[in-house]
Design a protein around this ligand. Structure first.
Ligand code: G4P
Length: 528
């Protein structure tokens, strides 16, 4: 019989990530959500966390120097009867592979879009990861207090650019100087912006008389036309499609003005799922399964360089975690006592004694774990679906400055590669080439090699933007085809890849050599 305490704890939990292009308002929205949940008392706290002044002593030096968050953590708050965790995904320049991997630990995503700009590049990339996982995606169109684009156009853009149909949960009444408020279609309520008032509309919704009185100087015809169009031609609220990530409920508002955030939060909580089953290599695991299981999705070099310890970010997929328990590491089959564990919160790290399916905890690691590892108390071998690796977009050739220290250099490179901090390749001459999805990954790599492995490096940026694995029986032929805009390299399983200068070079190559198969994303261990 299912454990009722476990089942109740799972039902309370909601774990999501916020994705956006830099400056769309992710931090501001996060902050408002935390304020609503009483987790922080003043606006500015989340921003302040990114500020050097507030960086706590155990953060990596580089974070302090740059005032950014390399570490991502979980921000937790209670609202209504729910315990909500926002997985913080690094943004701005600190964008890296971690950002993608964090999205493998969440059960839903909120996509924040700047109402004046629409969908931007980084949103597109992050969206792809969410789409791959088929998790529900909620859209918050932000900055309505400024002049915004036509809301119907923005919804059309979701469909055209991302292939994501949407359904409006709330609807804006004007924008910028003329921003009057939002209409909550689900509650049939209007929230007025300038006078900060809520009106419950009658049976006729926006077509009834209630709004006319309040918005006498506003031309309501436009709003009514839009609502008519949404009702006639828009998508229905199909919960099945929403749950599968195939239909996105859209909300409008201003995170800065904390307007439209409450209706968003309430509807979001009604629709976003509690932790559900997780796929394994040969089936799935239910969260209510009594046996403990979960996987590591990120390893963070820990805070104390003297000990070189690390923190493994672990998503619990089933059962209950208790500090001191023993679980088996599936990759090696060895039992491990999980004695040091921590809850990852915005600013503090608290020891955690008990945690449930859906929670993310930090486990201290002395070099035992790898990204994607499964830990479980189940008797049978269990492996959660492998985390995908993402093709890097930035490349550099690295050399040790001091060849006498080549050993330190090699050891450091190997360990950082194993940690998943960076992609490491070699060319035919056994030179090392590193690949990243964000510039900061290079900086962190350089910093850690110097500080943890005492190896100074020289880094030459390479003019390539794309990498594709190449499946071929005739590697010699591929070698002959390489020119100044392509380069053949090998990953640490010795699988060949071609680096391309840009999309044009790649397309040209594909057109001319249709006998050579190129692959964009691979499972970590797939062999060929
Ligand atoms: P990000 O995390 O997605 O990168 O965005 P962030 O919340 O930091 O917001 C980026 C900028 O946009 C900030 O201004 C922020 O105040 C502003 N902003 C966020 N939401 C809204 C909104 O609803 N309306 C308006 N008008 N502005 C909004 P900044 O000047 O770059 O920073 P700050 O000096 O205000 O901190």
């Amino acid at each position: 019989m299912a454990n009722p305490i476990l089942a109740e704890e799972i039902q309370k939990r909601r774990i999501f990530g916020i994705i956006s292009h830099p400056d769309a308002g992710k931090t501001t929205l996060t902050e408002k959500l935390l304020l609503h949940g009483g987790a922080i008392r003043e606006a500015g706290t989340v921003k302040a966390r990114r500020n050097a002044k507030f960086a706590t002593s155990d953060w990596m030096e580089i974070e302090k120097q740059r005032g950014i968050s390399v570490t991502s953590s979980v921000m937790q708050f209670n609202y209504r009867d729910k315990m909500i965790s926002i997985m913080d995904t690094p943004g701005h320049n600190d964008f890296g592979e971690d950002t993608y991997r964090i999205l493998t630990s969440v059960d839903s995503a909120v996509m924040v879009i700047d109402g004046a700009k629409g969908i931007e590049t980084q949103t597109k990339k992050l969206f792809k990861v969410c789409a791959m996982r088929e998790i529900p995606i909620f859209t918050f169109v932000n900055k309505l207090d400024r002049e915004a684009r036509d809301p119907l156009d923005l919804m059309q853009e979701l469909e055209d650019v991302l292939g994501l149909p949407s359904v409006a949960a709330t609807w804006p009444i004007g924008s910028g100087m003329n921003f009057q408020g939002i209409y909550d279609r689900l509650e049939n309520k209007v929230f007025l912006y300038k006078v900060d008032k809520e009106i419950q509309l009658g049976e006729d919704g926006v077509f009834g008389p209630e709004l006319e009185e309040e918005l006498s100087s506003f031309n309501l015809q436009n709003l009514r036309d839009e609502i008519e169009l949404l009702e006639g031609a828009g998508n229905d609220f199909d919960r099945e499609l929403i749950d599968a990530g195939k239909l996105s409920p859209v909300f409008f508002g201003s995170a800065l003005a904390d307007f439209g955030v409450t209706p968003f939060l309430n509807h979001f909580l009604d629709m976003t799922p509690a932790p559900g089953p997780r796929k394994t290599i040969n089936g799935q695991v239910e969260p209510t399964d009594e046996e403990f299981s979960g996987f590591i999705f990120k390893i963070q070099a820990n805070m104390n360089p003297a000990h070189r310890d690390r923190l493994a970010f672990f998503r619990i997929c089933s059962g209950t975690f208790e500090r001191g328990m023993t679980a088996t590491l599936s990759r090696t089959g060895k039992p491990i006592k999980l004695s040091q564990s921590t809850m990852l919160m915005a600013n503090e790290r608290e020891t955690v004694d008990k945690a449930y399916a859906g929670d993310v905890i930090g486990i201290y690691d002395t070099g035992t774990y790898q990204i994607g590892d499964t830990l479980t108390t189940k008797k049978e071998k269990l492996f959660f679906e492998p985390l995908p690796t993402f093709p890097p977009e930035l490349f550099a050739l690295v050399l040790p400055v001091n060849t006498m220290k080549a050993k330190h250099f090699q050891k450091g490179v190997a360990q950082l590669a194993q940690e998943g901090a960076i992609q490491v390749y070699h060319n035919e001459y056994n030179e090392i080439i590193i690949g990243a999805v964000g510039q900061l990954q290079f900086e962190v790599f350089e910093y850690r090699l110097k500080n943890e492995y005492n190896a100074d490096i020289r880094m030459n940026h390479l003019d390539f933007q794309l990498a594709r694995w190449v499946k071929t029986d005739d590697l010699e032929k591929v070698k002959r085809l390489m020119d100044s805009r392509t380069m053949l390299v090998f990953d640490h399983f010795d699988r060949p890849l071609i680096l391309f200068a840009n999309q044009f070079t790649l397309n040209y190559f594909v057109e001319r050599h249709d006998d050579i198969e190129l692959v964009e994303a691979l499972d970590v261990t797939e062999e060929f």
